[in-house]
Design a protein around this ligand. Structure first.
Ligand SMILES: Cc1cc2nc3c(=O)[nH]c(=O)nc-3n(C[C@H](O)[C@H](O)[C@H](O)COP(=O)(O)OP(=O)(O)OC[C@H]3O[C@@H](n4cnc5c(N)ncnc54)[C@H](O)[C@@H]3O)c2cc1C
Length: 420
């Protein structure tokens, strides 16, 4: 192995993946007093960026991927964080604590973080690799899809999850005719309660998005590029391009080849340590131990943000357990959706309809304690309602179903009273 030239430090913290979790870990290492080397191995070869805008502002043509960088322009240089741009991690040599790189080099690590993210799944049907058929995970993917989104273009979105619906909204805003094909009976089935999903669907339909539910794609057909999508009931949907958003798989190959435990992701304990105590994992790639129940893997921005930061601290010996505080959002057209806490498995759901038609749903346990909140509507009302629900939840306040359902009732006064 050829040792890599770079900044000379006694000890080096090495992070594989310069996405959200990797970037936040690097920041946390430096801000929590690590004076040794920090090296980010960035397989993508771009200035590290946020992914959420890709399916929103970037596809709408309102901004570029570079407009949402993960670090301020001078942050890396100022903090002496070394980025190996466009170099992938190829293998981990655990006995010697060396990371082998795609360019033939190698780098020693004091601690290693695997923040390798997730890989979009593709369809396993004939024609899935035809030009014009794309998955959406990276800035390069968004740049490939963007030129197809012209007024009048027929765009088929396969998969009615968060990214599929955001892409559907962005394509519609750009004047495309959009059809969403979803195998389940409703869109966003995994992520949101049925009532909210119904609300989202009606809203998309009011903007002329067409849904084909309960159907699977059997083939993509074309002559040099995709021309139509054939469904399992024989329906043929003509198209200019196809965006496939049927979920992601955690990127575990590097960890697996190194003999680390895998359990629907890189398996970590509550401190985000893998089965090798010198190696940590965070973000979409990792499946973490919970206080009770099976390991859990989350695929959202907040999780990558919190786990990346915590992994950085724990690599320094902080030994703090990860306690997920689930929160996710999605922007579709001029509406936003947020889900905080636990939206499934509630004993009762109480709906609150705001005057501007925003729908908030409070998910309660059998003792009327708030377990979670979901909302879809204006950014102002959703943010306010969800934040208020989080406060009530944190403070253990039970407003009761009447107060929760009444948009005139000031929930803030209850939260304030509990602190006073
Ligand atoms: C289009 C899109 C829209 C989204 N919108 C939302 C949203 O609205 N709300 C929300 O909560 N979440 C959203 N998310 C999810 C959120 O962005 C992800 O959960 C988050 O980016 C995960 O961060 P990560 O660091 O775990 O993985 P990633 O951001 O995927 O970063 C992993 C990085 O590791 C690199 N890598 C992998 N293997 C190697 C290797 N061997 N060597 C070197 N580098 C490697 C990859 O190239 C990648 O750059 C969205 C995601 C996408 C794709």
């Amino acid at each position: 192995m050829r040792p890599r030239r770079g900044p000379v430090h006694q000890e080096n913290m090495v992070i594989v993946g310069c996405g959200h979790a990797g970037a936040r870990a690097a920041q946390a290492l430096r801000t929590n007093g690590w004076h040794g080397g920090i090296t980010l191995v960035d397989g993508e070869g771009r200035t590290p960026y946020e992914r959420p805008p890709l399916s929103k502002a970037v596809l709408k043509g309102e901004s570029e991927a570079e407009d949402a960088p993960l670090f301020p322009a001078d942050f890396l240089a100022k903090n002496d964080i070394h980025v190996l741009k466009g170099v992938a991690a190829a293998a981990i040599d655990r006995p010697t604590r060396q990371l082998r790189l795609s360019d033939g080099g190698s780098i020693a690590y004091h601690r290693l973080l695997l923040a390798t993210g997730a890989e979009p799944r593709n369809l396993i049907v004939p024609g899935a690799d035809l030009p014009g058929s794309h998955t959406l995970r990276s800035a390069d993917d968004a740049a490939r899809i963007f030129p197809y989104l012209r007024p009048g273009a027929e765009i088929v979105i396969v998969g009615g999850g968060l990214i599929g619906l955001e892409a559907a909204a962005s394509a519609t805003v750009r004047g495309c005719k959009v059809t969403v094909v979803e195998a389940g009976p409703r869109p966003m089935m995994r992520a949101v309660p049925a009532e909210l999903s119904h609300e989202v669907r009606l809203f998309h339909e009011s903007k002329d998005v067409r849904f084909v539910l309960g159907r699977q794609v059997s083939e993509l057909e074309g002559d040099g590029r995709v021309r139509c999508v054939r469904l399992d009931d024989g329906t043929v949907l003509p198209c200019t391009a196809v965006v496939i958003s049927v979920g992601v798989s955690p990127r575990t190959a590097l960890a697996e080849a190194a003999g680390l435990e895998i359990d629907n992701g890189i398996a970590v304990d509550r401190f985000l340590r893998t089965s090798d105590p010198f190696i940590y994992a965070a973000g979409d790639a990792c499946a973490f131990e919970q206080v009770s129940g099976p390991r859990m893997r989350l695929e959202c921005w907040k999780n990558a943000e919190d786990q990346g930061t915590l992994a950085g601290r724990n690599m320094l010996g902080s030994d703090e357990a990860y306690v997920p505080l689930p929160w996710m959002w999605s922007d579709q057209f001029d509406r936003t959706m947020q889900i905080a806490g636990q939206a499934g498995g509630s004993a009762e759901d109480v709906r609150r309809r705001c005057p501007d038609s925003t729908l908030l749903i409070y998910h309660l346990d059998k003792d009327q304690m708030i377990l979670g909140i979901s909302g879809f509507g204006s950014i102002r009302e959703v943010s306010r309602g969800v934040r208020m629900g989080q406060l009530l939840m944190e403070r253990g306040i039970r407003p009761g179903r009447k107060a929760l359902a009444d948009p005139e009732f000031d929930l803030r006064s209850l939260a304030k009273a509990a602190v006073a």
